[in-house]
Structure formats: structure tokens, C-alpha cells
Design a protein around this ligand. Structure first.
Ligand SMILES: Cc1cc2nc3c(=O)[nH]c(=O)nc-3n(C[C@H](O)[C@H](O)[C@H](O)COP(=O)(O)O)c2cc1C
Length: 364
């Protein structure tokens, strides 16, 4: 049963950040009942050696410190991305830094990578009891000059606990972070992390797949550069190997187009429903630029199974959501997954993989 409709009016009276802190505490303490298991076979999907029970994931930023990963699997999410984590703990930006734009079904945040640091995350991931898929999203401390160092440190420390790692160079709230999406820094960061993972593999550790997460506010030539690098340009990749194993598209946007809520001019990244179209356009562009050769993770404005389905048709092999939960509660994981199963079956698909990029195939 989904109890959120009952508590929603109360949650909406709290400041958004207090509501979030309380939700994490309640999840951690087991106070939010799990949803019935989502186990429709049409949703099962396998990518780079990982079996996902369903392709609907929790996006980074909700569970920054890996407090509630197991509980969120229980809410129906097929996988959970924790973080963004940085080497050292840091407080993030001054409050208030999180805003609900109710009429727009949107959120603006300028959290600034508040997190307890990689040692705390390692401890929590090591103590996890659940077996659900967990990705770790990596960032840099605000005061670090050489960004590569931070990504390398976090990758080395956390690889052993992560089903996958995601390099985040796309949050708008760490000064200069988004400039790391241009060719030279990107090659350096991906190259640095790849070297660490290779080294760990040589030492007998499992090598987790590597993802990159990008912003929606990129020019066509930026997207081309990113496509080149993730396909392997400038990197030491073997024949047939790519620079990263998947691309997460997208983070929050600078855009305020179409918003009506009075808080629309708050600084930070905007997410939720109004981000859906722009992020899906970038997803579709990246599918074309990479010839469908690199799995894509579609994120931005997903509220329903139909939204998830549209991302998959546009080229996503997996999807993620966060902001819609602010309005619908954590059981949205199970709801979106079940609705997605219905969409796939209605259109005659027997698996998620069959539907990936369907829109591009129709137009061939
Ligand atoms: C409050 C908040 C905090 C976020 N923090 C992070 C973060 O730490 N790292 C990250 O990669 N993305 C972060 N995001 C972005 C989300 O992971 C996601 O990419 C974006 O919100 C678009 O999806 P949505 O419209 O479903 O929320 C955050 C989003 C929100 C709303």
C-alpha cells in the first residue's frame, strides 16, 4: 500500500529539505512499508554483466550518503544510484537550497554536493544487507583544484562496493564543474578513473562498469565532443572497447522556460516535469551520435511509466527519476515500473531491450 497520499499534506507544510531529511530517516528506520515486489519478466534487463530486475532507477542526489539504498529497492526501484560523494565530507551551500515549484511539478536545488565523504560511504556500503544493484556517483570537493585527483580517489576507495561508478561532471552547483565536460578535461578524468579500475582489476578486484553523467544545457558541438570521447577518442582503449560503459542523460538544467512558480528565479539546477522534453532530446541526440553503441540512462522529468517508456524508445536502456518523488512519494518506483511493463506489452515488446531506440528504428 502507498501511504504517501495520506502524509503528503503534512510533508508539503515542511521545508523541502526537512521533508527530505525526514524521509531518509524514516526509510532508514524501516518506517515506510515496502511495495509489493515488481517482478514482471518483461522488465528484466541485463547490461554489462549486471542483472536489473527492472530498468527504473533512483537518480543520484536523493540518497547522497547511502543511508537508504536497501529501503529504496523495497520501494520498487530496480537499482539505486547513491551520491554524489566527494573524497572529504562537505556541508554544501547555505540553506535554503531546495525549492518545490508545485504548479510546475518542478524542483530547483543548489545543494552543492553536501555529503559525508567517501569514508562514511564506504562504511555504509560495506554494512549493507541488501543485494539490490547500487551505483555510486562520484564528484569533487568544492576546494579541490585538480578535479581528476578527487574522481580517482573516490573511484579507488569505492569501486569494491559499487555495481557501477558514475562520473558526475554536470551538477550546476559546484563552481567550474560543468566545464569539465569539454574534451581535454573529460579525457583526463575518464582516463584517470579507467587507469584506477584497470589497476584494481590487475590486483584481482572486480572492475565495475563506468558511466558518465552529462548536463542538458550543451551545444551540438559539445555533444559531438562528448560522443567522441565516450567512444574512446584520446583514451587508451582496446579494439571494440569504448571510453565509458554508459552515459547518463541528463542532470538538472539552467533553463527556466515555461515556469510559473514565484520561486522560479532561485539559483540552481531545475528538474522535474519541465525538464522532460529537453533531457529526452539530448538523449535522442546522443543515441544518434553514438550509433546506439553505448547504453544510455534516461533521466529528467519522469513521472509515469509512459514517460519512462518514451525515454526507452528515444534510446535509453535504463531510466532514473528523483523530482517526481517529491510530489508522489517513494512508492513511485514501483508505480512507474509497473506502468512501464504495461506500455511495453501494449506495443508488443517482449523485453525492455527490444524497445530501446524504437523511435529511431521507426524513422529509418
Ligand atoms: C535535490 C536534488 C539533488 C540532486 N543531487 C544530485 C547529485 O548529488 N548528483 C547528481 O548527479 N545529480 C543530482 N541531482 C540530479 C538528479 O539525479 C537528476 O539527474 C535530475 O534531477 C533530473 O531527474 P528528475 O527530473 O527525475 O529529478 C539532484 C536533483 C535534485 C532534485
Amino acid at each position: 500500500m502507498d501511504l504517501y497520499p495520506l502524509v503528503r499534506p503534512l510533508v508539503m507544510m515542511m521545508t523541502p529539505e526537512f521533508g527530505h531529511t525526514l524521509a531518509i530517516k524514516a526509510l532508514k528506520m524501516g518506517l515506510i512499508p515496502p511495495q509489493p515486489k515488481v517482478n514482471d519478466p518483461v522488465l528484466k534487463t541485463s547490461l554489462f554483466g549486471i542483472d536489473f530486475p527492472n530498468p527504473v532507477g533512483l537518480a543520484a542526489g536523493f540518497d547522497k550518503n547511502a543511508d537508504a539504498a536497501d529501503a529504496m529497492h523495497g520501494q520498487g526501484f530496480g537499482y539505486v544510484e547513491v551520491g554524489t560523494v566527494t573524497p572529504k565530507a562537505q556541508p554544501g551551500n547555505p540553506k535554503p537550497r531546495l525549492f518545490r515549484l508545485v504548479e510546475d511539478r518542478a524542483v530547483i536545488n543548489r545543494m552543492g554536493f553536501n555529503n559525508a565523504g567517501m569514508e562514511a560511504m564506504a562504511e555504509r556500503l560495506a554494512a549493507r544487507k541488501g543485494k539490490g544493484v547500487v551505483g555510486v556517483n562520484l564528484g569533487k570537493n568544492k576546494d579541490t583544484e585538480n578535479a581528476v585527483d578527487d574522481y580517482v580517489l573516490c573511484a579507488r576507495r569505492l569501486a569494491q562496493y559499487a555495481d557501477y561508478l558514475a562520473i558526475n561532471v554536470s551538477s550546476p552547483n559546484t563552481p567550474g564543474l560543468r566545464s569539465l565536460q569539454s574534451k581535454e578535461p573529460l579525457i583526463e578524468i575518464i582516463g584517470g578513473v579507467r587507469n584506477v579500475l584497470k589497476q584494481l582489476e590487475e590486483d584481482g578486484q572486480r572492475r565495475p562498469p563506468l558511466m558518465l553523467k552529462i548536463a542538458p544545457d550543451l551545444e551540438p558541438e559539445d555533444l559531438r565532443d562528448i560522443a567522441d570521447v565516450i567512444m574512446g577518442e584520446g583514451l587508451d582503449v582496446a579494439d571494440g572497447e569504448t571510453g565509458v560503459d554508459a552515459l547518463i542523460v541528463t542532470n538538472t538544467t539552467w533553463s527556466r522556460e515555461g515556469l510559473i512558480n514565484w520561486q522560479k528565479n532561485e539559483q540552481g539546477g531545475m528538474s522535474g516535469k519541465p525538464l522532460f522534453e529537453a533531457s529526452t532530446r539530448v538523449l535522442s541526440d546522443m543515441y544518434k551520435l553514438t550509433n546506439g553503441k553505448i547504453p544510455l540512462v534516461g533521466v529528467g522529468g519522469i513521472e509515469t511509466g509512459k514517460d519512462a517508456y518514451l525515454k526507452i524508445r528515444a534510446g535509453a536502456s535504463l531510466v532514473q527519476l528523483y523530482s517526481a518523488m517529491v510530489y508522489e512519494g517513494p512508492a513511485l518506483g514501483a508505480r512507474v515500473a509497473n506502468e512501464l511493463a504495461a506500455c511495453l506489452k501494449t506495443d508488443g515488446f517482449t523485453s525492455v531491450a527490444d524497445a530501446v531506440g524504437a523511435d529511431h528504428k521507426d524513422s529509418e
